[in-house]
Ligand binder design. Structure first.
Ligand SMILES: Cc1cc2nc3c(=O)[nH]c(=O)nc-3n(C[C@H](O)[C@H](O)[C@H](O)COP(=O)(O)OP(=O)(O)OC[C@H]3O[C@@H](n4cnc5c(N)ncnc54)[C@H](O)[C@@H]3O)c2cc1C
Length: 480
């Protein structure tokens, strides 16, 4: 980092002023601003090699965030918000002239209201911390995903996170009742609604949810809670083809009467990677083209187990599944989920590793998977590909190991181009960040993109908040 004595209001520079750093320190106190080796030594998250920010600022309150943004706005200083750094699309990547705003000190669970079934929290609370805290109240926050131990609820809101329970409860957007955000100029928009119904004008919180830190810094949230499930039934089943996967989804959803809470696809390639010798114990033979993890959450263990087992037995009878293993203990359940959630081996085996997160109608999935596979093999005969994902939500994750890092665009084309004709999305739940920017127009029309650019321009006319993520504001205005 280079520090200069540039003054507020001067045009954006490649350097950060020492005066600005000392002003930031005045707001957050000693120890609240990191520079130099204290920045580069920090955990860069799962998918980046190093943080390159000029400084990291660690506010503890909304008022501090507001002062920081007002100051940075006056200095035209770019700011990148950092949550738990578990995102997959380089949305927290910082340049050396940018300041990172880390939310990690804003980690208070302020209030759990068991009657209204809401939790009011600061945005830096880790998802898993809230999930555990709620056990004492017999309540549940249903968003759940593999990054639960590091992602923050503010990051979940900023990315509109999905995960394994969307099929039953919806995405993060559906779990947020109220939201407080600080605008790029420092204004605080407090919209901490606690009701499920509130149709008074535009639902402003939704503007910030899924905006990947480009429109405002989310500082506090009011979350909708549910009752803690009192029964849990989990199974992994094998299937002979994708047609059976789609039919099984409908069968289980209908037969379980609203209890179906996860329906996760694993293809043969992914299953074999994670159940190879010395890795996870394979619960089923490794010869089926597809496996599905099914989870049902309910209210009465004995009654629900009977329903679950009966539904699976019917699926066997109807020729939908070839085999099934039902978890009989928490250990079994973890063992089944590890096969789906452990990404360590696939990242190791598939090199260079590319991860994709797309969505498309379930009826188009089989054709899409085969087209992507064919395109990949045509380009890289030795390439590896595996499909998994939240298939009940029309969401596929694709792992590819092929080519070299400088062939990234060609590998991405194999996955994204076939989505265009079927109206699929290049991002189901991870967002656009920097990684998917070149493919944004596959999913969003020029009119949609231009409107997004106008909203960005309205809220952040100086383009200081997470600049360059999702799109460049100037890119699309001209398209209309
Ligand atoms: C093993 C693993 C499994 C995963 N599984 C899933 C999954 O199933 N579903 C899914 O949706 N995601 C999944 N993810 C991705 C990731 O966990 C989510 O995208 C998560 O919501 C990101 O939260 P975060 O706090 O880590 O945000 P970060 O990665 O820190 O940031 C993500 C974006 O949000 C912005 N941001 C963060 N906090 C705020 C804030 N308070 N205000 C404004 N902007 C903010 C950042 O600027 C950035 O643009 C997984 C990740 C891992 C590592």
């Amino acid at each position: 980092m280079t520090l200069t004595s540039q003054a507020p209001g001067t045009t954006r520079s490649s350097q950060v002023s020492a005066d600005l750093i000392s002003e930031l320190t005045r707001i957050v106190g000693q120890g609240g601003v990191l520079v130099g080796a204290d920045v580069t030594a920090r955990n860069p998250g799962f998918f980046m090699d190093q943080i390159r920010a000029a400084a990291i600022v660690l506010p503890s309150t909304t008022q501090q965030v507001s002062q920081i943004m007002a100051l940075c706005n006056a200095w035209s200083q770019p700011v990148v918000v950092q949550g738990g750094m578990s995102g997959w699309v380089k949305a927290t990547e910082t340049r050396s002239n940018e300041i990172a705003l880390s939310m990690e000190r804003m980690n208070k669970i302020e209030k759990v209201d068991p009657y209204n079934r809401t939790a009011t929290i600061q945005a830096g609370v880790i998802l898993e911390t809230l999930q555990k805290h709620l056990e004492d109240f017999n309540l549940n926050f249903p968003l759940d995903l593999g990054g639960r131990g590091s992602c923050q609820l503010g990051g979940n809101a900023a990315t509109n996170a999905g995960g394994i329970r969307v099929i039953r409860y919806g995405m993060m957007r559906e779990q947020v009742l109220g939201l407080e955000a600080v605008l790029p100029d420092g204004q605080i928009v407090s919209s901490l609604n606690r009701m499920i119904k509130n149709n008074t004008g535009y639902d402003l919180k939704q503007l910030f949810i899924g905006s990947e830190g480009t429109l405002g810094v989310i500082t506090r949230l009011v979350l909708r809670l549910r009752e803690q499930p009192r029964s849990n039934n989990t199974a992994i089943v094998s299937l002979d083809g994708f047609d059976q996967v789609a039919r099984l989804l409908r069968h289980m959803d209908g037969a379980l009467g609203g209890q179906l809470s996860a329906f996760e696809l694993i293809d043969n390639n992914f299953y074999r990677v994670n159940t190879a010798d010395g890795r996870h114990q394979p619960p089923l033979s490794p010869d089926s083209p597809f496996y599905v993890i099914i989870e049902a959450l309910g209210a009465h263990q004995e009654r629900d187990t009977e329903l679950f087992e009966g539904s699976l037995a019917q699926a066997v009878e109807d020729g939908l599944i070839t085999d099934a293993i039902i978890a009989k203990s928490e250990r079994d359940r973890e063992g089944i989920w590890n096969i789906r959630e452990d990404l360590e081996y696939i990242v190791k085996d598939f090199q260079p590793f590319y991860a994709f997160d797309v969505s498309l109608p379930v009826g188009d999935m089989e054709g899409y998977m085969s087209e992507v596979g064919n395109r990949l093999k045509a380009g890289w005969a030795e390439g590896s590909i595996a499909f998994l994902g939240h298939v009940g939500d029309g969401n596929l994750h694709i792992a590819i190991g092929a080519g070299s890092e400088n062939e990234r665009h060609d590998v991405e084309a194999c996955v994204y181009e076939p989505l265009q004709n079927i109206g699929g999305s290049v991002s189901a739940e991870h967002g656009i960040g920097l990684e998917k920017k070149p493919w944004f127009s596959i999913t969003r029309s020029s009119t949609e993109r231009a409107l997004m650019a106008r909203l960005k321009q309205l809220l952040d006319p100086q383009n200081i908040l997470n600049p360059g993520k999702i799109f460049e504001p100037g890119d699309f205005v001209k398209d209309t």
